[in-house]
Design a protein around this ligand. Structure first.
Ligand code: SAH
Ligand code: F3S
Length: 454
């Protein structure tokens, strides 16, 4: 039997794309392997958002080239494939295929014709969603893309180039995927998109429709553009209990000047106004952000404003990056590029603030009981890892409660309905459990299960 190896870098969209490919290959009778040296087909599913990520792909390709079976099919898909195009074959001549993020459904062509070389970096729109068979297995959390690409054209971002202009999937197609995921055992739906709340067929209606499905207990979406938080979407945080009280809404910078040069045309006042509206309808909501430090021309005063807003909003679970000049972007050509050592210092300062926010929020959770989604055992097998409604990681001491099964591995099978149906088997009957938070630090929580959900 033939085997495949796939490694995914980057965002949730890539994770989803990787799952679709895995499903397609399994459908062709192939088995997944972790051993790249034994694989008959090797795929790197790549991210080009930052230069470092992009370079990492080529060093990994070099390592794989030296280890792979001589006749293994070997290629890259995703944003680096689109960024580098035919140049990928020059850099790594052994590559058999280079497929962009909207062309990976062409993969069967190379499987059927392994002696050919395949390059396709077209932006073929939504074709890929229909061209491959739907995933036949859903873990407890199903990621469902609803739109592809981005029209915002932030001056630093390569995504509009690699993933193309924004396209929204038809409402009924998305709902078909949601129902399929629910039928396959998903209890949480996460809607995905580079600009998810720019979905043209109403994200609010999608959430309402999804919430009607009895077996779906949690709904979330990522990543949101601040000015596309419509009033009906904001209101849902107050009225739809299945919508988790957690939102990723990247601000990127706290300086209006920098935001203007980033082509993110919202004022700080407008952003804060949206946060206040969200808090008015859902006082428990927590917000996360992405930040870029060291954008061209960012002064100490600009950076200080970013630190201020990070403290003021009290973001949790946020991401911060050093600005990385990318090809095909306007900011790469701006003057006043910031030296690497300054970017590094600023990143450290901001990270300390974000970590302190996390620590403070995590500590405020101690003593509370939260419904958490059990993801599976940790590396030691002695604990279970779970996600709170705010996406914090919670480590559960197994055996702390009489309702808990004896070992974490047994639980894992129940936490992943594809491996063992959640409605049967010993131990938990649902991957969702009420967990009492017993302690916290800056990274995670610890807790114990207080009752099994019926
Ligand atoms: N809306 C998208 C965001 C795409 S990129 C999503 O769904 O994920 C993810 C994050 O990477 C951005 O929010 C930004 O903070 C960061 N980023 C993008 N381009 C970057 C660059 N050139 N340098 C550093 N960080 C970058
Ligand atoms: Fe990139 Fe800005 Fe869109 S960060 S994905 S161009 S909103």
């Amino acid at each position: 039997m033939q085997t495949f190896y796939i490694k995914t870098f980057g965002c949730q969209m890539n994770v989803y794309d990787g799952q679709r490919i895995e499903s397609m290959l399994r459908g062709r009778g192939m088995l997944q392997t972790e051993d790249v040296a034994a694989a008959d087909i090797i795929i790197l599913n790549t991210c080009a958002v930052r230069e470092k990520a992009s370079n990492k792909v080529f060093s990994e390709l070099g390592r794989i080239r030296d280890r792979k079976k001589p006749d293994a099919l070997f290629g890259i898909i995703g944003c680096v494939a689109r960024e580098e195009g035919a140049n990928s074959f020059r850099r790594i001549p052994e590559l058999n295929f280079v497929l962009g993020p909207q062309s990976y459904h062409k993969l069967p062509e190379i499987l059927d014709n392994p002696d050919a070389r395949l390059l396709n970096i077209d932006l073929s729109g939504l074709e890929k969603f229909d061209a491959l068979p739907p995933a036949t297995e859903s873990p407890a959390v199903a990621y469902i893309p609803i739109q592809e690409g981005c029209n915002h054209c932030c001056t630093y971002c390569i995504v509009p180039y690699t993933r193309g202009r924004e396209l929204s999937r038809p409402f009924d197609d998305v709902m078909r995927d949601v129902h399929a995921a629910a039928d396959n055992g998903a209890v949480e739906i996460c809607f995905l998109g580079q600009n998810v709340n720019g979905y043209k067929n109403s994200l609010a209606n999608l959430i309402k429709e999804t919430a009607k499905i009895e077996s779906i207990k949690r709904i979330r979406f990522t990543s949101s553009y601040p000015t596309e938080m419509s009033d009906d979407l904001i209101a849902l945080f107050g009225t739809e209990p299945k919508l988790l009280p957690f939102l990723n809404m990247p601000i990127q910078s706290g300086s209006s000047d920098v935001l203007t040069r980033m082509n993110r045309p919202y004022s700080l006042d407008l952003y804060i106004d949206i946060v206040n509206k969200l808090r008015a309808v859902q006082p428990d909501i927590q917000i996360s952000s992405d930040f870029i430090v060291g954008f061209p021309g960012e002064t100490d005063a600009d950076f200080e404003m970013t630190c201020d807003i990070a403290r003021q909003i009290g973001y949790i679970n946020s991401y911060s990056f050093k600005y990385s000049p990318r090809p095909h972007t306007a900011a790469a050509l701006m003057k006043d590029q910031i030296p690497e050592n300054v970017k590094k210092q600023r990143l450290k300062i901001l990270d300390d603030i974000l970590t302190e926010n996390n620590r403070r929020f995590n500590e405020s959770c101690v003593g509370q009981t939260m419904e958490c989604l059990i993801e599976g055992p940790d590396k030691t097998g002695k604990h279970l890892l779970a996600r709170t409604p705010y996406m914090q990681q919670c480590i559960i001491d197994v055996g702390a409660n009489e309702n808990s099964p004896n070992n974490a591995h047994e639980n894992r099978a129940n936490a992943h309905p594809t491996k063992s149906p959640i409605s049967s088997g010993p131990g938990f009957h649902s991957p969702l459990q009420s967990v009492k938070i017993t302690s916290a630090n800056k990274c995670s929580l610890r807790g114990e299960i207080v009752k099994t959900e019926s």
